[in-house]
Design a protein around this ligand. Structure first.
Ligand code: HEM
Length: 238
């Protein structure tokens, strides 16, 4: 559990209610990350629908593309800090942006959900049903709960334990939802799909598996570091 505790951060920055330049600059930065992620996701969807025509088949393709795009900032929000612990401070600027990456993911996913509604309107059928629908709806709930609680110090209302629990369970659940799609097809795919299909899934499946392993490795690295320091600092008794 401790090991997953270090899972990524939707952690809001300290809100110096002075409203000084840092906060304003931060807010505009955050909006820039959110706007860019949403804009790219929307651009992908519009490009696919305008090239392939607005039918169910092309909406499915747009759903696959927007999910893959949303996965990238999510992955950085999840594993960014562990990358720094394992590979050094060169990635520190990215790790410090955990919240921005988390919000960018939530913004990109909005387009995915918009396409789901469009698919439902075109086919008059829910695109997913049963357990699979439940899996992804819980993923949506986790996503926007984390996003909402990362604003205006709302996380404080939950208390540090409550916020840490929401963050740990929420981030790992969303990772599970992504892995449920990517890993499942990659494992079962080769027997049923042509090789090209594997290229569409394997990199994302590998990232889904690597993310928690990076967090585990970083936590083990930290623990070993602490133990090493304790040994080094222990007074020599003759
Ligand atoms: C956090 C929430 C969600 C995540 C992480 C997620 C993830 C994904 C992923 C990874 C894909 C690509 C699948 C592939 O290429 O085979 C995808 C496609 C899709 N998603 Fe989502 N999704 C979420 C929410 C939803 C919801 C709520 C619905 C519908 C109620 C939905 C409906 C679809 C559909 C219909 C596709 C296209 C599947 C295909 O064409 O193979 N998604 N989603």
């Amino acid at each position: 559990m401790q090991l997953l505790r270090d899972a990524a951060r939707f952690t809001p920055r300290p809100d110096k209610s002075s409203g000084g330049p840092i906060v304003i600059k931060d807010k505009s930065n955050t909006m820039l990350w959110i706007g860019t992620a949403f804009g790219v996701s929307l651009g992908l969807a519009i490009a696919v629908l305008s090239i392939k025509g607005p039918d169910a088949k092309s909406i499915h393709l747009a759903l696959q593309l927007t999910a893959r795009w949303a996965f990238l900032p999510f992955w950085m929000a999840y594993a960014g800090r562990s990358l720094v612990e394992l590979f050094g401070p060169i990635l520190e600027p990215l790790a410090r942006r955990g919240r921005e990456f988390g919000l960018a993911y939530a913004a990109a996913l909005l387009v995915h959900l918009g396409l789901v509604i469009a698919l439902f309107l075109i086919t008059s059928r829910l695109p997913l049903t049963g357990v699979i629908l439940a899996i992804f709806l819980v993923g949506v709930l986790c996503t926007y709960l984390l996003a909402v609680f990362s604003f205006r110090g709302l996380a404080k209302a939950l208390g540090s334990t409550g916020w840490y629990a929401l963050r740990t369970v929420g981030m790992n659940y969303i990772l599970f939802a992504f892995a449920f799609d990517f890993v499942r097809v990659t494992v079962h795919g080769p027997a049923h799909y042509e090789r090209w299909r594997l290229v569409e899934y394997a990199p994302f499946a590998a990232m889904s598996v690597a993310a928690p392993l990076l967090v585990l490795a970083a936590a083990a690295h930290r623990r070993l570091g602490k133990r090493h320091n304790q040994v080094r600092l222990r007074p020599v008794t003759n």
